[in-house]
Design a protein around this ligand. Structure first.
Ligand code: COA
Length: 298
């Protein structure tokens, strides 16, 4: 099974011109390795540079300079990038244009590197939050008196699944304290139908250190009898709108795998995969992977 992409290889005709373009103009980190080899680093990935006819083996069946088409996500705005390219005398062939990137909507420009490879530079766009839909459920902030009803939804998940990483069902007192704590720092919403609590969603601190206050962690639990009726969507939109208003820029969902319903649900609300932690926790005597998904709130 594939976990992630480690590196790509770019065949280049003129190594120095390539290092100048990617290092000085696009700002990628140039590092040397092995015997006189060079790579362009960004985050946890890199692109190794293979000079044409450089004798490195093995290589692709048809190694060719100028046949690649690469898309990089940029920091900052596309307009700043366009100014920098103009100063460097590099023409933008197309754009800005709207595109779909691997992690959501992007705005792109297209240019060429010294070999004529097509380079797309893209700025991630924040998808606006849809309005909270009209729903047959009554949504309201939770109180500590909702602890028992929320636990009724949560306890079977703790006991019977890997979805929650708690090993033991928390007591009602402990759960009430959790509601109070999360309401104090962020929010906890309830959905009722005919007076019965059928779902809840909350936001809580992502990490304790002050700088992390730009982000929050969110989660939602729906009683089985109310699945696929739009209640989680309504609760999340209420929750995310509140976070956005409070100046929170990112909502993280931390999802133990497998959980196809949760992945599909989060994807439908504009969350995108950010990282996956293999064998991140032990429950029921086995290890489970955990995925972190993010929803940019602007
Ligand atoms: C994941 C969960 C919260 C979804 O709640 P829900 O109220 O059924 O979801 P909604 O009806 O609001 O669904 C909104 C959209 O999410 C997607 N979705 C939700 N459940 C899905 C499923 N089982 N399969 C595929 N898509 C799903 C769909 O796009 C859906 O829109 P649609 O019904 O118009 O196609 C619910 O299944 C649940 O409580 N699961 C157990 C607890 C859990 O996993 N919580 C998340 C912890 S990370």
């Amino acid at each position: 099974m594939i976990r992630s992409l480690d590196h790509l290889v770019l065949t280049v005709a003129d190594l120095q011109a390539t290092l100048h373009f990617y290092g000085k103009i696009l700002g990628l980190q140039v590092r040397s390795f092995g015997e006189g080899r060079f790579a362009l680093h960004f985050g946890a990935q890199k692109i190794n540079l293979h000079p044409v006819g450089g004798g490195l083996m093995p290589v692709a069946k048809v190694p060719q300079a100028g046949s690649a088409d690469l898309c990089f996500l940029i920091r900052g705005t596309l307009e700043d990038q366009i100014d920098a390219l103009e100063l460097a005398g590099i023409p933008v062939e197309l754009g800005p244009v709207a595109r779909s990137g691997a992690s959501g909507a992007i705005r792109s420009i297209y240019l060429r590197d010294p070999d004529g490879n097509l380079i797309e530079l893209a700025e991630p766009l924040v998808e606006p939050l849809p309005a909270v839909p009209r729903t047959a459920f009554q949504l309201r902030p939770a109180t500590t008196a909702d602890a028992a009803a929320c636990l009724e939804i949560y306890a079977p998940i703790v006991r019977g699944s890997h979805i929650s990483f708690e090993h033991d069902v928390p007591s009602q007192v402990e759960f009430a304290a959790r509601i109070a704590r999360y309401r104090e720092s962020h929010a906890w919403w309830i959905a009722e139908r005919e007076g019965e609590v059928v779902a809840y969603a909350y936001a809580c601190p992502h990490r304790e250190r002050a700088a992390y206050a730009i982000a929050a962690e969110v989660s939602v639990y729906v009683a089985p009898q109310a699945h696929r009726e739009g209640v989680a969507r309504a609760l999340y939109l209420e929750l995310l709108a509140g976070l956005q208003q409070a100046g929170v820029h990112k909502a993280y969902a931390i999802i133990t795998l497998p959980n196809p319903s949760s992945l599909a649900f989060h994807e439908s609300l504009g969350f995108r995969p950010l990282a996956q932690f293999p064998a991140a926790g032990r429950k029921f005597d086995r290890l489970w992977d955990v995925a972190w998904w993010v929803r940019e709130l602007g």
